[in-house]
Design a protein around this ligand. Sequence first.
Ligand SMILES: Cc1cc2nc3c(=O)[nH]c(=O)nc-3n(C[C@H](O)[C@H](O)[C@H](O)COP(=O)(O)O)c2cc1C
Length: 224
Amino acid sequence: MMTVSEAVTARHSVRAFLDRPVPRETIAEMLTLAARAPSGGNLQPWQVDVLTGAALGALKERVAASLAAGPAGEGTEFDIYPRALGEPWRGRRFASGEQLYAALGIPRENRPARLAQFARNFDGFGAPVLLLFSLPRHFGLPQWAHLGMFMQNVMLLAAERGLATCPQEAWALVHRTVGEVLGLEEDRLFYCGMALGFADTAHPVNGWRTERVPVGEFARFEGF
Ligand SMILES: Cc1cc2nc3c(=O)[nH]c(=O)nc-3n(C[C@H](O)[C@H](O)[C@H](O)COP(=O)(O)O)c2cc1C
């Protein structure tokens, strides 16, 4: 059994999956445990739709039709990134993108290949399961943070079970179609998708790891 430290270390974003199903009971158990996540006032603001098989196929088809009609997507209901990202964040985003495309042997100037890789988001990178996270529309920044804690629990519990994940904000670009297909009520805001399945460990896209800045750069210790 993995320790929490091992699960935190093992979790990474996987962008190629095996064609191997994940049993419903496994996911239900993971979500039950993930819901032990803390939330201010114990609001438990999260809601998740779990799609596989024909249901997932139907979503992908509708999304593909939407993107064929408007390749830029449907606009977003929130800024996925701040408009002016600034440094050091811009550099970090750039570096992780460069590492991803380098792993795939896609040069900087090959924009069509980069776009094609990005488009694989809307296939869930071939994962058999897609989780779609939403929360009440009138909830604010604190509740979004609590949803994030729930999502991180899901990813760590997946790692513990030998499963892989990729959180996917990309689905927010097609939020209208997602909302329609899931039948989300007007007062529910779709935030983020998450691909779930078994990693294709032989695929080069999964053969690299993102970096992190050292603790001294983001933590300040006093009084020790
Ligand atoms: C909420 C959230 C949304 C993300 N959305 C996407 C996405 O749409 N597509 C993608 O390929 N990666 C996505 N990522 C993965 C990040 O790029 C990744 O977490 C980051 O580069 C760190 O790498 P790691 O997850 O492998 O540690 C997302 C991550 C988070 C937390």
